[in-house]
Design a protein around this ligand. Sequence first.
Ligand SMILES: [Zn+2]
Ligand SMILES: [Zn+2]
Ligand SMILES: [Zn+2]
Length: 258
Amino acid sequence: MITLDVTILGCGSSSGTPALGCDCPTCRSSDPRNQRTRTSAYIKVGEQGLLIDTGPDLRQQALREQLTQVDAVLYTHPHADHLNGIDDLRAFCYLKQGSIPLYGNAFTLDNIRTRFGYALQPPSKMWDKPVLFLEEVHTALTLGGVSITPIPLQHGNWPCLGWRIGDMAWLTDLSHIPDSSLVLLQGLQLLFLDCLNHDPYPSHLGVKQAFAWAQRIAAKRTVLIHMTHRLEYQTLSAECPPGIEVGYDGWRAQLGVS
Ligand SMILES: [Zn+2]
Ligand SMILES: [Zn+2]
Ligand SMILES: [Zn+2]
């Protein structure tokens, strides 16, 4: 059986927690679970090391978790808090002396091509730039012996992707899950789900909406991610129904993949 080892690199919203200039109770909290870097995950499956997104905190996240291997990046969408750490992939290209594929939908890959074209060139002897190439996905692919399925989501009016890897799914930054995507989310052991704030927001799930989608998807275990500083770890944990829990940076789990 293949093992899937997932680590939350970050579960903060675009501003991170603490938010600059804020002195609310969450931002002043000494509980490390209230310190959130920008949302991203690392998954070791078989011999493959996979990143979901490259946020602006990637370097610090990689140092914290002692990551030395990235074989592919699965992109959800091109907002700055999910993409702007792309340059730090350079270190992983250097370590493997090779290029790294970036998987995503056409919307995301077009954005990367426009903004980070310098990272899509052949390597130089110095490995002074990331050496990346784009792989547009429409249907499931296999990496590390495990099926990886792109899950189309709506994030306001942006077409974003969630990712299903074996029996785990990562659904960040979404306001709606189309029926055709819900079908792809059956039988999950573990679900990571967007939960921005108490109140609904046009392009994200609020707490009540996240609970409702979690119940509808009915994974064995649901972990909330992409939270603003308005959501305090202990307070939100106390509000969670059974089967739903609050994520934190460094949260980790292992699943078998049949
Ligand atoms: Zn985001
Ligand atoms: Zn705050
Ligand atoms: Zn976003």
